[in-house]
Every structure is written in C-alpha cells, then in structure tokens.
Write a protein that binds this ligand. Structure first.
Ligand SMILES: Cc1cc2nc3c(=O)[nH]c(=O)nc-3n(C[C@H](O)[C@H](O)[C@H](O)COP(=O)(O)OP(=O)(O)OC[C@H]3O[C@@H](n4cnc5c(N)ncnc54)[C@H](O)[C@@H]3O)c2cc1C
Length: 418
C-alpha cells in the first residue's frame, strides 16, 4: 500500500511539474527557457515544423531597449480620420463589422490620452530594461550566436511637430533611466555619415547608443537547441492545437490530427492567433493583428551602420552586413498571410525616399509579411487566465525586444513547481 501511495505521489508530482507551452515564436521559446531554469518540465507545441516562423521570422531585428513609445498617443488622435480612410500610406486601420475589433478600437482610443501614453511608455521601458538584463544574464551563461550587434540607433525626425513630440517623450524616458538623447541634424550626420546622402532635411534625431540588433529567429532556433540539449525541453513541431479543454484536474490539449496531451499548467504564446483557442473558453483577450512587411536588398553605396527609424514613414533600416533589412507598414484588419505586392511597393518607395543609397532597391527580394499581436495599451498580457492556464501574449511592435523580460515575469508568476 505504501509503495502504491508513494508511486501515486510520484506520478502526481511528475504531472504537477509539467508546463505545456502552445506556440513556438520568440515568446514561447524564451518562456521555455525561464520555466525550465525554474525546474519545470517543459514541452513546446508549435504548428510549424520549426520555431519562430510567425511574426518572429522576418521582423526588423532591432532590440530597441530605449524606444518604447506606446502606439496610442495624443499625437495619433488627429491622424485617426486619415488612418481610417486609408489615406496614410504607412498605417491603415480597415474598419470591419466585428465586436472584438470595435471594443479593441475603443480601448485603443481610450489610451490616446497624455496620461495613458506616459504610463504605457514607462511600463514598456521598465520591461525593456528587464529584458536587456535577462538577455545579458543568458549570454553570460550561454554565449549564443545570433549576429548580435550593439549598433546604436537613430530615430529621424523630419519636422518641427515631430521634434516637439520627441522632446517630451525623450525627457520622459530619460527620467526613467533610458540611455538616449535628442541630437541636431549636424550631430546626427556626424554619428551616422550615411545620413548626409539623404535627400531631405532633418529637424533632428533621437540617438540611443546602446540599442542593439540581432537575428530573432536564429536566436530562437539556437536557444531551442540549447533547451533540448541541456534543459530537457521537448519540442513538438508540426502540431497545430485546435482546442484546449478544462478537466477536473488540469487541461486537455487537442491537436488537429486528433492526438491529445494533458498538463496541469498550460501557457499560451500563440501571438496574434491567441483568441482562436481562448474565445471558445470565454477568455478572449484584447489582441488584434497589425500586419507588417519586410524585405532585404544588397547593401547600397551609402548604407547606415546604425539602426535607423524613419518616424514619419514608419520604417526601420537594419544593416545585416551584405544586405540591408527594411521593415515597416502597419495594416490593421488584414489577417491574410500573403505578401501584398502593392503594400511592399509602398514600403520600397518610402525606403528609397528616406535613404536612397542605403540599399540597391532594384534588387529587393520577394519580401515577407507578419502579424504583430497588438494590445490597446501596447503592453503584453502576462497573467493567469484561469487555474493552470497562463498567457504571455500581445507583444505588438516590440516582441523581440521584450521577450526575455516577459519570460522572466511569466516564470515568477508560475513560481517553482511543487
Ligand atoms: C514587420 C515587423 C517588424 C517588426 N520589427 C520588430 C523589431 O525590430 N523589434 C522588435 O522587438 N519587434 C519587432 N516586431 C514585433 C515582433 O516580431 C513580435 O512582437 C514577436 O515576434 C511576437 O512573438 P510571438 O512569439 O508572440 O508571436 P509569433 O512569432 O507569431 O509566434 C506565435 C507562434 O504560435 C504558433 N501558433 C499559433 N497558433 C497555434 C496553435 N493553435 N497551435 C500551435 N501553434 C500555434 C504560430 O505558428 C507561431 O509560431 C516586428 C513585427 C513585424 C510584423
């Protein structure tokens, strides 16, 4: 009897130690690292055969630890009519008859106050700082190669209005310890000589010398490899989950092929697709997708070494060595996976107008499209949704930057297995 009781106890302990992560993007893989370090037996289930094939694949690769401005801001309000009518080339909000979308939009507009913008930007900065520290800790222990470059970053400001808004948000972030400063056009060109070849006058720029770049999908693949080799993490690729159901104890996870898994602890890291699984449980979260694009082209004759953001055009340039990566465009209400050649052409024209010699724009590749999982306040949702069911979702425009810190917060929420 004692032996049976011991075995049952051992079995219950084994189940209680299991954490099942659904979604193998950058958030799922970094969460696996934080949980496995805390003693959890982690399994990642992912619909694609490999990790980081969703939004984490072709993103701008910028670790923008100092640039954490929330999307909803007082400055965006006057632009809303133009965004809703499709008059803004870089940012479109396609209205559609959907209650979750209407509610999301109302909450987003509610975050466009000065007070909310300040609070959201500072909260995001705090998480970004935690992310940088967690990334440094990881790399101290495990020197993962992912083309990390401490490149520094310049955000270009084209007019007085942008400069004024930038002054306020720069001061705000400086006061919270962010390493960034406003610089004059001349100083910007000294810091990044390639800017002297731009066709347009600058009003100024925000310079953040400590911001970094790195290949997000490569990092995720390398981290997974480490997790499988050294932390006993299991990866089940090519397994789409189509339902999660509550049981008397824990959760049952059903795959498209009919197979099932059970776990006491389930974590959702399914990015913009989170509500497919959560809505049937009545646990839908305020997440809407914002589609974006990227392309690469051979490096041009005046390519910036630093990361560049053209604020007004909503595009970023990242120097990859032999190629320049350009990412941007914000389309809300387009759930398709396909690259729309017209939208890609818009981005190519914007990049060419911004930095004409940064890349060989006659030789751009076929492009990539991905979906940023957006929340109304630009802050991720890291919380327990139901007993044993957790979320690490909604990292929007900054998921690569915020991944490591979010994973640590999530691990603190779950605690150590008992
Ligand atoms: C154009 C663009 C540029 C960007 N640039 C930057 C940048 O420079 N810096 C930055 O910090 N961030 C950037 N981002 C944002 C960043 O890429 C995202 O926030 C981040 O990748 C989100 O990670 P995720 O793991 O939540 O989502 P994803 O990477 O989309 O991962 C979710 C995973 O869940 C899987 N999944 C979904 N449903 C299921 C299911 N039912 N069963 C099994 N698996 C499932 C998907 O296959 C996917 O692999 C950019 C985004 C875009 C689109």
């Amino acid at each position: 009897m004692v032996e049976i009781a011991k075995a049952a106890h051992h079995c219950a302990m084994a189940i209680a130690r299991k954490a099942l992560i659904i979604g193998g993007g950058i958030i799922g893989v970094t969460s696996a690292y934080a949980l496995a370090r805390n003693g959890w037996a982690v399994t990642i289930v992912e619909s694609e055969p490999q990790v980081a094939r969703g939004a984490s694949l072709g993103n701008g690769r910028q670790l923008s630890y100092s640039h954490t401005n929330a999307l909803a801001s007082p400055a965006l309000l006057p632009q809303m009519p133009s965004l809703l009518l499709g008059h803004d080339d870089a940012f479109r909000i396609n209205l559609r008859p959907s209650l979750p979308f209407a509610m999301w939009l109302m909450r987003f507009l509610g975050n466009c106050t000065r007070r909310a913008f300040r609070a959201n930007t500072l909260a995001c900065l705090q998480l970004a700082q935690e992310s940088r520290a967690a990334m440094d800790d990881l790399l101290d222990q495990h020197p993962i190669a992912f083309n990390q470059r401490k490149a520094g970053k310049l955000v270009l400001l084209r007019c007085e209005q942008e400069l004024l808004a930038a002054e306020a948000s720069t001061q705000l972030r400086q006061s919270a310890g962010a390493e960034l400063e406003l610089v004059s056009p001349e100083q910007a060109c000294e810091i990044e000589p390639a800017l002297a070849h731009g066709p347009e006058q600058l009003a100024g720029a925000i310079y953040s010398p400590a911001d970094e770049t790195g290949d997000c999908s490569h990092f995720a693949a390398e981290l997974l490899d480490l997790l499988q080799r050294s932390y006993g993490v299991t990866f089940l690729g090519g397994n789409s989950v189509n339902r999660i159901a509550r049981q008397a104890q824990g959760w049952r996870v059903q795959h498209e092929d009919g197979s099932e898994l059970e776990s006491d602890h389930v974590l959702l890291t399914t990015g913009h697709q989170a509500n497919h699984l959560l809505a049937p449980l009545g646990l839908a979260q305020p997440i809407q997708s914002m589609k974006g694009y990227s392309f690469t082209a051979p490096i041009g004759i005046a390519a910036p070494a630093l990361s560049i953001t053209d604020n007004a055009r909503r595009i970023v340039f990242t120097n990859l060595g032999e190629h320049m990566l350009i990412a941007g465009i914000a389309d809300m209400g387009d759930a398709s996976k396909q690259v729309d050649p017209q939208r890609l052409a818009v981005m190519r024209r914007a990049a060419q107008a911004s930095l004409p010699y940064a890349a060989d724009y006659d030789a751009v590749d076929e492009g990539w499209a991905g979906h940023r999982p957006m929340t109304p306040d630009s802050l991720p949702i890291i919380k327990q949704l139901a007993p044993g069911l957790f979320a690490n979702l909604g990292h929007g425009m900054l998921g690569w930057t915020l991944a490591m810190g979010s994973a640590e917060r999530l691990a603190r929420l779950l605690g150590r297995p008992t």
